[in-house]
Design a protein. Structure first.
Length: 184
């Protein structure tokens, strides 16, 4: 019972959730107040981020890890970085990045390792080369096609309005001619 409540307290503290009892309150379960200091220690430690597993010890390593996690794409989510994704594969990739950092590899070596294993798609900003031209130039091509389509629709609309105006003015001149003939 004590272990279950300690785990619940720790999970609630890590998630920022509130417990149904106040810490140290008289009505709190006895087991919750008897939580071991070892269980409370992880909750008191400042968290580096949701993706930090804790095996990186120095702040420089953690900062480097966060920067790499922001530059790499989750292969499952595809529109999220490794740092943002909750997928299992993303967790595995984050662990690989941490292991590579601990092994002393440079950022470029880590990226090259992941690209060799998973392809250019793992990079959130893939390099400009013949196989990725569509990724880089596709949005601009779609924008140009859309602008050209909008221009054509506007041109047709203006032409239709001009034809309607000409027809309306033509009807008006016929009406005036008829009025003159009738003597109105």
């Amino acid at each position: 019972m004590r272990t279950t409540l300690a785990i619940a307290s720790l999970a609630a503290a890590l998630l920022g959730a509130s417990l149904p009892w106040q810490a140290g309150a008289a009505d709190a379960p006895a087991a919750a107040s008897a939580a071991t200091p070892a269980a409370a220690a992880p909750a008191a430690a400042p968290a580096s981020g949701p993706t930090d597993t804790g095996i990186l010890t120095s702040p420089a390593q953690r900062e480097r890890y966060q920067q790499l996690a922001e530059e790499l794409r989750c292969l499952v989510c595809q529109n999220q970085t490794l740092a943002d994704s909750n997928a299992e594969l993303a967790a595995d990739l984050r662990h690989q990045v941490e292991d590579q950092i601990l092994a002393g590899r440079s950022d470029d070596e880590i990226k090259a390792y992941l690209v060799q294993r998973y392809g250019d798609f793992v990079l959130y900003r893939p390099p400009m080369k013949s196989s990725t031209w569509l990724l880089w130039l596709g949005p601009f091509a779609l924008l140009l096609v859309g602008a050209f389509g909008w221009w054509r629709v506007q041109r047709r609309s203006r032409a239709a309005r001009a034809a309607d105006a000409a027809a309306a003015s033509g009807q008006g001149s016929d009406l005036e001619g008829a009025r003159r003939l009738l003597g109105d």
